[in-house]
Each structure stands twice: as C-alpha cells, then as structure tokens.
Design a protein around this ligand. Structure first.
Ligand code: B12
Ligand code: SF4
Ligand code: SF4
Length: 352
C-alpha cells in the first residue's frame, strides 16, 4: 500500500501557489476577525452597505473562520495579479470594464487554492478554499496574513505590486507559522480620497457604497441621476481610486499578464449589450455579479454609457435610442430617455 503523502510545509505550499500564478502568499491565525466584524456592523448601521448582502448578510459567519471550517487554526491567504494592459479606446459609443473583470482571475486562483486544500485533506486535515465568497472577508484575512497594507482607498496594496490583485484564502485546521501584517505604506497621501469621482471614500479605508460607482453599477433599480454623467463609459466596476494611487501606478506595469481565463476585455460594445438577448448576455457576462442574474442591469448601464459616449451628431444614435425608449423593460426605457436628453445636452455644449 502506498504511504500517505507527507504534510507539505508552508514553504512548499507557498512555492506551489506562486508557481501556479499567485503573486504573494501569507498565513494568518484563524481567530475571529474582530475589526472586520465591528466594521461590518458599524457600516451597516450607518447605511454604507446599502442593500448589499455578501459578507454583510451574516457577519458572525463571514468574520469567523471556524464557522466555515470547524476547528480552524490557520488561514493561508493569496493574492493573484489582474490584467492591467490597456487596449485603445474605440471611437464612439463604448463601455469600459474595470481591470479585475477584463479576464476571470477568480477561477485560476480558486483552482490553485483548491489543489492545496485537497492535499491537506488527503493528509487528514480539514481545509477549504474560498475566493470572493460571502463566507469570509478576504481583505482582512489578507491584511492579517501580511499580504499587504490597507490603502486609504480600502484596497489591499501588496508591497512591490500595488493593489491590482484579487484575493482568496484556505481555511484549515493545520497550524502553520503565521506572518505579520505589513506596515502602512500610504504615508501622507490622500489622492484616492480626494479624487474619487463621487466622494464615496468617506474616511480612510471607509467606502460608502451608496456613492461608490462599483456598487451603483451592480445594484438593482434605477440609477440616481446625480451619478449617471459621472459614470461616463463604465459598465462594470470602477478603478479610479487605484488609477490615481502612486504605488499602484508605479508598480502595475511590472505585473505579469495572462494569468486569468479569457474574459470580455477592457472595452465592450454597449449597443450589443443594450440590444442583446438574455442568454447571450449571460453566456458572455454571467461570471459578473448581476443582481438576480438578470442582464437588465447590464443593459441599463450600457444605455447610460451610450448617452455619455456616443456621437451626438450621429442621427442613427438617436434612432436606436428611440427604439430602446419603447423597450418592454421600463428600466431600460427610462434610462434610454435619459440618454437621449444627455446626447442633446452634449450636442448643445459641443462636448464629446
Ligand atoms: C462587498 C464588496 C464590494 C463592495 C463594497 C466594497 C467595500 N469597501 O467594502 C463594492 C461593490 C463597492 C466593491 C467594490 C470593489 N471591490 Co469588492 N468586494 C466586496 C466583498 C464581496 C466584501 C467586502 C467586505 O466585506 N467589505 C466589508 C468592509 C467592512 O471592509 P473594508 O472596506 O475592506 O473595511 C476594512 C478597512 O476599513 C480596514 N480598516 C479599518 N480601520 C482602518 C483605518 C485605516 C486608516 C485604513 C486604511 C483601513 C482601515 O478594516 C476594515 C475591516 O477589514 C469582497 C470579497 C470578500 N468576500 O471579502 C470584494 C473585494 C473586497 N473587492 C475587491 C475588488 C477588486 C473591488 C474593486 C477594486 C472592483 C472594481 N474595480 O470595481 C472595487 C473597489 C472599491 C473600494 N474602494 O473598496 C477585492 C479586493 C482586492 C484588493 N486589492 O483589495 C475583493 C477582496 C474581492 C476578491 N476576492 O479579490 N466591493
Ligand atoms: S471604486 Fe470608484 S467610486 Fe468607488 S471608491 Fe473607488 S473611485 Fe470611488
Ligand atoms: S492613493 Fe495614496 S492614500 Fe490612497 S491608497 Fe494609494 S497611496 Fe494610499
């Protein structure tokens, strides 16, 4: 009979994850994430979480690793670089995808973490991989595991890498030696707070999601008019608080490319989305968070991007928007009516 494989050391695990594509790996103790729990409760009470569920749905669970893996002793956290390459912006109507969603980076990170977790389970331990899962607050885990510091934009900034990473972890009953948190690297900078287009960063590391475009683009319902122009060409996610961040700007060009599963890329055609049928849209964008898996929210965003970016002198733009004004979906129709008004306004002031 073959002997059971020997328990991998944390160095072997780290090397395996780095070889698979992770850019930083660290270990945190698996105690309750007290700071994250009080932040979730406090921000929910202040209304900052809006109607989001995610980790807010059950903070007792999302901040207690043992609630997901009984007897948890360690959290192995990993950061995975996202695609930061730029494609030239298309002329005319366009819709921009935030960097973390150009490709799918969650799947390869999950696969790499699952492979380590499987190995630990073969040795008789409990171990489960979590990536962007409502069960655990990834950033606090990454912070405690020494992956990076909390930027004032609330993102984890990895030293030598910046914040264009996605995060995940393994919760396990194995007790590995832990790493220490990375000291703050923001210094006196406040650019992300000053330059957020909607003033959503209401304190260092505190985002009021009601004003954050990343959430506004995801949440169901009509988008308040005050945000529609400032959304500009965004269709999913917002990178502004990272694109003004000095360490992230300096370090991003060093990030390795091609570590995600191919996704829609940086630019998508808003007309194809506005007129797309449900199954095609879900085939293409189904990995994104779409409330209720309903593509109508994507169509709504596409119509706003058209209003903000299409050529206001092109008669066919108005004709196509007129069709959308009669859409069966009242959300699409209402936003298309706004887009027509916006184009008229842009034509009047002569700004593209
Ligand atoms: C809900 C959610 C959102 C919401 C709310 C974001 C938020 N700030 O909470 C919305 C939709 C707005 C969002 C947007 C984005 N998200 Co998001 N999101 C999540 C999710 C599902 C839960 C986050 C959560 O629990 N927040 C709870 C609050 C309490 O946490 P927090 O803001 O981090 O609060 C901490 C800090 O305030 C810190 N802190 C406390 N005191 C102090 C004091 C100082 C001085 C400082 C600096 C910090 C600090 O401690 C708090 C507790 O840990 C996670 C995945 C997961 N399962 O964890 C991804 C996650 C956080 N998102 C991620 C990404 C990539 C983004 C976007 C960059 C995507 C984009 N380009 O549009 C933006 C960034 C917006 C921003 N500036 O935060 C990554 C983070 C990557 C990174 N490098 O940090 C995660 C981890 C997904 C993943 N698995 O990779 N997201
Ligand atoms: S993601 Fe955009 S809207 Fe949200 S805090 Fe950052 S800059 Fe502001
Ligand atoms: S912009 Fe400045 S304050 Fe904000 S996260 Fe980056 S370094 Fe920190």
């Amino acid at each position: 009979m073959r002997p059971p494989p020997s328990m991998p050391s944390i160095d072997e695990i780290r090397n395996d994850l780095i070889a698979a594509g992770a850019i930083r790996v660290g270990v945190a103790p698996a105690g309750v994430l007290e700071r994250a729990r009080s932040a979730l409760e406090d921000r929910r009470a202040r209304g900052y979480s809006d109607s989001m569920e995610f980790t807010w749905r059950n903070p007792e669970r999302s901040t207690n690793p043992s609630a997901s893996v009984r007897g948890a002793r360690s959290l192995i956290a990993a950061a995975w670089p996202v695609d930061v390459s730029d494609e030239p912006a298309p002329f005319g109507a366009r819709a921009r995808v935030a960097r973390y969603a150009h490709d799918d980076h969650y799947t390869p990170l999950r696969t790499a973490l699952r492979s380590v977790a499987r190995r630990l389970r073969i040795d008789g331990h409990r171990a489960v991989a979590f990536v962007d899962d409502n069960a655990i607050v990834d950033r606090e885990v990454a912070y405690l595991a020494g992956i990076g510091w909390f930027g004032r934009n609330a993102n984890i900034l990895v030293p030598g890498v910046g914040s264009h990473v996605v995060l995940g972890c393994i919760i396990t009953t194995v007790e590995f030696p832990t790493d220490r948190p990375v000291p703050d690297g923001c210094g006196s900078c406040t650019r992300c707070i000053d330059d957020c287009p909607t003033g959503a960063i209401v304190g260092p590391g505190v985002v009021d999601a009601r004003r954050c475009l990343a959430w506004i683009l995801q949440r169901p319902g009509s988008i308040p008019e005050e945000f529609r122009t400032v959304m500009h060409d965004r269709i999913y996610g917002c990178d502004d608080c990272q694109e003004v961040c000095p360490p992230t700007i300096r370090l991003s060009p060093r990030l390795p490319a091609g570590r995600g599963e191919p996704g829609p890329g940086q630019w998508v055609d808003p007309w194809a989305i506005a007129f797309g049928d449900d199954s095609d849209l879900l085939d293409r964008f189904g990995r994104w968070y779409l409330h209720g898996r309903n593509p109508r929210w994507l169509r709504r965003n596409a119509v706003i991007a058209i209003g903000n970016t299409a050529d206001p002198t092109d008669q066919t733009v108005d004709e196509r928007l007129a069709v959308l004004c009669d859409d069966d979906d009242d959300i699409v129709a209402e936003h298309a009516a706004w887009a027509r008004r916006r184009l008229t306004e842009r034509a009047t002031v002569g700004s593209l």
